[in-house]
Design a protein around this ligand. Structure first.
Ligand SMILES: Cc1ncc(COP(=O)(O)O)c(C=O)c1O
Length: 376
């Protein structure tokens, strides 16, 4: 039985090839793009193959504009802090993570950049009709979390971009890449941040971003790239513009192992919908999911009335060894939108390794804890 339901924090288990590829690198060694002997050629080839595979997941033909970072937090910091603001005005989705909220708050205090929330429904879905009627002519940047790490809502990126036109659009794909289709070129996404250790099933410490027009953003890190070394200015071309310093080559190997061996989804959508339905029927529980199942990913949360979130979470583990994350999930802005702040919620997040019987078992454990706490 797979009792791990905290895949939105970091996915587990990983495909076994993740470890195998990391091991290959540790035994083989070699830096990336900086010297000219076979060990380096081999490591560099693997890094470029990973970049290429990521470009397919992102849906872009601009392979060199896929940049490696440590995670999506470092990617989002580069994009948000490095952006050249004219009007100092940003619009964000109502379901943002602190990886966006905190850099924005920093920019507000340090540079007077203002951010406001896009019009939305009560589940956080961006309201396209209201968006159409907004005056957007002095907005520098729009940032949208593709899949919420609290209620799992999937935002309609293509429609949003169609409405906002030329305004640069950053997508936080931390929870979506590898799980929900992304078509960056077709939808016109300008920038997209991702992380390797969640839906892509890779190791921690590796992530990145895609940037269509690199001139929009100044790099955060300056240093050696192995290219144009005679000049003290950083090269302007990608990926070097944003990849100074030796990258996490070991992590990139592990990610490649994952990308080449993505697990097929083992549970059925019917079993998942049944799980959601049965939890919804429980009394005294607020369910955090999207209003329409069409926009629902494999992440959802619950907030029990009259019971501490930490107690419910602790009992799930102590009695049933179910591993989940309770609290605010680093997303106070999301909980404010969903009216679950500051108490927070208990989050359940699936992996493709779960089976229908894992989901049935989870349901019985939730019902058991719920009944125990009700009868107290
Ligand atoms: C929506 C969202 N954005 C950003 C992040 C940050 O990801 P990382 O910790 O890999 O940088 C997370 C992780 O929980 C997330 O769920």
């Amino acid at each position: 039985m797979n009792l791990y339901f905290d895949n939105a924090s970091t996915s587990f288990p990983k495909p076994q090839e993740v470890g195998e590829f990391i091991n290959t690198y540790l035994n083989q060694g070699g830096t990336y793009g900086r010297a000219a002997y076979p060990r380096v050629f081999e490591a560099s080839k693997m890094v470029e193959e990973t970049r290429f595979m990521l470009s397919k997941y992102i849906g872009t033909s601009l392979v060199d504009n896929v940049i490696f970072t440590f995670n999506s937090t470092s990617a989002l910091n580069t994009l948000i802090q490095g952006f050249s603001y004219k009007y100092k005005k940003i619009l964000i989705s109502p379901l943002e993570h602190n990886a966006v909220g905190r850099p924005l708050e920093f920019m507000k205090v340090s540079q007077g950049v203002n951010y406001q929330t896009l019009p939305h429904d009560d589940d956080g879905l961006i309201n396209l009709d209201k968006l159409k009627s907004l005056k957007l002519n002095d907005i520098d940047l729009i940032i949208v979390n593709h899949v919420s790490n609290v209620n799992g809502l999937i935002q309609p990126l293509k429609d949003i971009k169609r409405i906002i036109g030329e305004i640069p659009f950053i997508v936080d794909a931390s929870q979506s890449l590898g799980k929900v289709p992304v078509l960056a070129d077709e939808w016109g996404i300008d920038m997209l941040a991702f992380t390797g250790h969640k839906g892509l099933n890779g190791p921690t410490g590796i992530g990145g971003f895609f940037i269509r027009n690199p001139k929009l953003v100044e790099p955060m890190i300056y240093g050696g790239t192995g290219s144009n070394s005679e000049k003290l200015v950083l090269p302007k071309f990608c990926p070097d513009r944003f990849e100074a310093g030796t990258q996490n080559i070991m992590g990139i190997y592990g990610l490649l192992g994952a990308l080449k061996n993505q697990p097929k989804i083992k549970y059925t959508i019917d079993a998942y919908y049944l799980l959601l339905q049965r939890i919804k029927e429980l009394s005294d529980i607020k369910m955090l999911i999207s209003n329409s199942l069409e926009n629902q990913s494999d992440v959802f949360s619950i907030q029990p009335n009259n019971v501490e979130v930490s107690l419910f979470t602790k009992l799930l583990y102590d009695i049933h060894k179910i591993e989940v994350r309770g609290g605010l999930q680093c997303s106070p802005l999301t909980h404010i939108t969903l009216d679950t702040f500051p108490k927070g919620a208990i989050r359940f997040s699936l992996s493709n390794f779960h089976t229908d019987s894992d989901l049935n078992h989870l349901l019985s454990c939730i019902i058991d804890i719920h009944e125990r706490l009700q009868s107290k």
